[in-house]
Structures are given as structure tokens and as C-alpha cells.
Design a protein around this ligand. Structure first.
Ligand code: ADP
Ligand code: MG
Length: 272
């Protein structure tokens, strides 16, 4: 089995038919290795969310194959798909998508509840995840008692609490101010350093600058796929109460292994 967490082969997605046909993805192929940190960029309408929804098993492609951790997603029934989504994928959305009138703690416990984890373990893991994003003193607050940046950190904790193979984020800083953007990106950096696999969608250059690899979409096709050197700059500002190190998932390669910071194409750019 390959080390790819994600393998996408010739993905095509069309919406509608006849004169109203929209070709949102026109044959996208890509591999994402364990521990990689990928930013998917592109103008509005280029197919980013369509690709993300397929990668997150929230939508199915019109053509092509998609494997996650070696499993062909197309071969799964609804129930198997729901289990895969719960166990393997953590989502972060632009609009946070927290459940209102439920504490931060209860929100973070939710994926564990769906996953059938018992109450005591659920609580312990949710508290730990909230501690990791610097919110140990806000666990009993409801979303409307938290700032946007804090809400997004709760959403990151919720995405992480199941220890997913893959963290998918669609414009996670799109609704945040500069300070909160930095907090969230610092957390992503630490997750990446601990071996997590991250795919982030963004149209902001300074967000993409944190990633190890940049993929650019134009009109549903990959036109660029390159590795970039880590940004030089001041070390990440430690967020309050986040002094505890982020545990890795135990399976990621050490950062820098294989000399993956040089400028070279990450994979063949396929476009037709
Ligand atoms: P992005 O996230 O890069 O802005 P999208 O993936 O949302 O792009 O959209 C890609 C193209 O597919 C656009 O032309 C969009 O209008 C179209 N599209 C997206 N979702 C639908 C849908 N549910 N029905 C019809 N067309 C859609
Ligand atoms: Mg979008």
C-alpha cells in the first residue's frame, strides 16, 4: 500500500446538463502523502470547494477514483462512508459550523458521540483537544459567548478530537481578523510539525505561505503544483495556555525528512 493518505485519479465533476452543464472539475489527479501540508488556491469558481467536498466524502465525483488511506471511496455504501468520514477526516469550515446553545466542550465531544465513544473518555479527550487550542478556560462557554477566533479554535479542536488521518479546512480564516488568523495558522503549523496531514483551501497568499505545498486550480484543472521552503520569520507566537506540546499521530515522518523543502514539482501536472 502506498503512503498516500489521499489519492485522486482523473476526477471529473459536472453539475446540471445540456446548456446548463457546468464542468467544475476537469480531470484532477493528485496524491497527498502522510504528513504533508497542502494549500489549494484558485479564484472564486475554480472548483476548490467542489474538490474539497469530494475529498471530504460529502459529495461524489461524476468520473474518476478517490482513495483515502488506501480505501476506494466509490466502493463504500452510505453507512461505511459515514464511518470513514467520522474516523478519518476532520473538517474546519469558514463559518465555524458550531452548534449554538451547546458548550464548547459538548461541541467538541460530538464527533466522539457519533463515533460511539463512552462519556468519560469523550470528556477527557474533548478537554485535552480544547487545551491544545488554548481554550482550557472556555470549555463551558457557548459559541455566542466566544469571539470568532475562539469559535474557530473550538472547530479545530472538534476536527482533531477523533485523531483523523486528514484535516480538511475550507477557507478557515476567511471570517477572522489578523490576530485570530495568526492563532489558527499557528495551531495548523504545530499540527503539521506533529505529523498531521493537512489540506487547506484559501485564496489568501499569507495563509498559503504556511503550507509545504501549493496547488493552484484554474477552471477545474490543476495548473500548478509545487513545494515551497518554510517561511522565514519570527517563531510562532505561543497562544495562551497552549504550552502543552501537540501529540503527533504517531505515524507521520519527521518534518524535513526526505528533503521535501526544495523547489520542485510535487507531482506531474496533468491537464487536458
Ligand atoms: P470555488 O470554491 O473555487 O469558488 P466551486 O467548487 O464552488 O468553486 O464551484 C466551481 C464551479 O461549479 C462554479 O462554476 C460553480 O458555479 C459551479 N457549481 C458549484 N456547485 C454547484 C451546484 N451545486 N450546482 C451547479 N453548479 C455548481
Ligand atoms: Mg469555495
Amino acid at each position: 500500500m502506498s503512503a498516500a493518505v489521499l489519492r485522486v485519479e482523473n476526477l471529473v465533476k459536472t453539475y446540471g446538463e445540456g446548456d446548463a452543464l457546468v464542468r467544475a472539475l476537469r480531470g484532477v489527479s493528485l496524491d497527498v502523502e502522510r504528513g504533508d501540508y497542502v494549500a489549494i488556491m484558485g479564484a472564486s469558481g475554480s472548483g476548490k470547494s467542489t474538490l474539497m467536498n469530494i475529498l471530504g466524502c460529502l459529495d461524489v465525483p461524476s468520473e474518476g477514483r478517490y482513495l483515502i488511506d488506501g480505501t476506494d471511496v466509490g466502493s463504500l455504501d452510505e453507512h461505511q462512508l459515514a464511518v470513514l468520514r467520522n474516523r478519518k477526516i476532520g473538517f474546519v469550515f469558514q463559518s465555524f459550523n458550531l452548534i449554538p446553545r451547546m458548550s464548547a466542550l459538548a461541541n467538541v465531544e460530538l464527533p466522539l458521540t457519533y463515533g460511539g465513544v463512552g462519556a468519560a473518555e469523550r470528556r477527557a479527550r474533548a478537554l485535552e483537544a480544547l487545551g491544545r487550542v488554548g481554550l482550557a478556560d472556555r470549555v463551558h462557554h457557548d459559541p455566542n459567548e466566544l469571539s470568532g477566533g475562539q469559535q474557530q479554535r473550538v472547530a479545530v479542536a472538534r476536527a482533531l478530537v477523533t485523531a483523523p488521518a486528514l484535516l480538511l479546512a475550507d477557507e478557515p480564516t476567511g471570517n477572522l481578523d489578523t490576530m485570530s488568523t495568526r492563532d489558527v495558522l499557528d495551531i495548523m503549523d504545530r499540527l503539521s510539525e506533529s505529523g498531521r496531514t493537512i489540506v487547506i483551501i484559501t485564496h489568501e497568499d499569507d495563509v498559503a505561505a504556511r503550507a509545504k505545498r501549493i496547488i493552484r486550480l484554474v477552471d477545474g484543472e490543476i495548473v500548478e503544483d509545487r513545494r515551497q521552503a518554510p517561511v522565514e520569520g519570527p517563531p510562532p507566537r505561543p497562544a495562551a495556555q497552549t504550552s502543552a506540546p501537540l501529540p503527533g499521530n504517531g505515524s507521520g515522518p519527521p518534518r524535513g525528512a526526505g528533503g521535501d523543502h526544495d523547489e520542485r514539482p510535487a507531482c506531474e501536472v496533468r491537464s487536458r
